[in-house]
Ligand binder design. Structure first.
Ligand code: DX5
Ligand code: ZN
Length: 219
């Protein structure tokens, strides 16, 4: 039985009590911590960046799963790796061409990070075929990036099963992650489609039964 990784997205956390919120998801069984960086250019929202990552990256034992929804990932990738990103996931749509996508993947690897690539809901999944051999993670967005608390876009399911087949057929190491509108129901659909990592923000933070919710997503 495959072990599903749960990655709570701190974008939905109470930032007035960030240390307590991170502890709570760690104690409740989360293995990864999803860190949503938004720059107000690539997405129409601004969240947080390097100073916050620096201060929390080593304050817990979970894997730092950093999702940069920013323009010019090539320029900023080194800072995020140096600040504690273990997985650093950038957007296909933020790169001017495939050459730049390759360059960002190679740079993340040179700096000792694990490279993730993310595609928005309207981006066809086939565009990532050529990168799967090199990638450590492929993040399928099941909402338009920029905000927590949105509803799941079911087109993500076909992309997940497409990737599952492609990765298994070639024996690649690339993990498949889904992000946006994940709860018990949508999480189950994604697991049935072959996902490895579930990101959840509003379904987890701010709820008393956090442990039960995380265990439910893992089942
Ligand atoms: C959206 C972010 C997601 C979001 C998930 O741009 O990448 O990680 O925080 O939040 P929920 O789970 O509430 O949709
Ligand atoms: Zn995210």
């Amino acid at each position: 039985m495959k072990k599903i990784i749960v990655a709570p997205s701190i974008l939905s956390a109470d930032f007035n009590h960030l240390e307590r919120e991170i502890k709570a998801v760690e104690v409740a069984g989360a293995e990864w911590l999803h860190f949503d960086v938004m720059d107000g250019h690539f997405v129409p929202n601004i969240s947080f960046g390097i100073p916050v990552l620096k201060s929390i990256a080593h304050s817990h034992k979970m894997v730092n799963d950093v999702h940069i929804m920013i323009a010019d990932p090539l320029k900023y990738a080194p800072e995020f790796i140096k600040s504690g990103a273990e997985y650093l996931t950038f957007h296909y749509e933020a790169c001017k061409d495939d050459k730049e996508v390759e360059a960002v993947i190679d740079l993340i690897h040179e700096l000792g990070g694990k490279a993730g690539l993310s595609i928005k809901p309207k981006t066809p999944v086939e565009v990532v075929d050529k990168f799967l051999a090199k990638l450590d993670l492929l993040l399928v967005m099941s909402v338009e990036p920029g905000f927590g608390g949105q509803s799941f876009i079911s087109g993500a399911l076909d992309k997940i099963s497409y990737l599952r087949k492609a990765i298994d057929a070639k024996g690649y190491k690339c993990l498949v992650e889904v992000d946006g509108g994940i709860n018990n129901e949508t999480g189950k659909l994604c697991k049935d489609a072959g996902v490895d990592v579930l990101v959840a923000g509003s379904y987890l933070f701010g709820h008393e039964d956090l442990k039960k919710r995380i265990e439910g997503l893992k089942k």
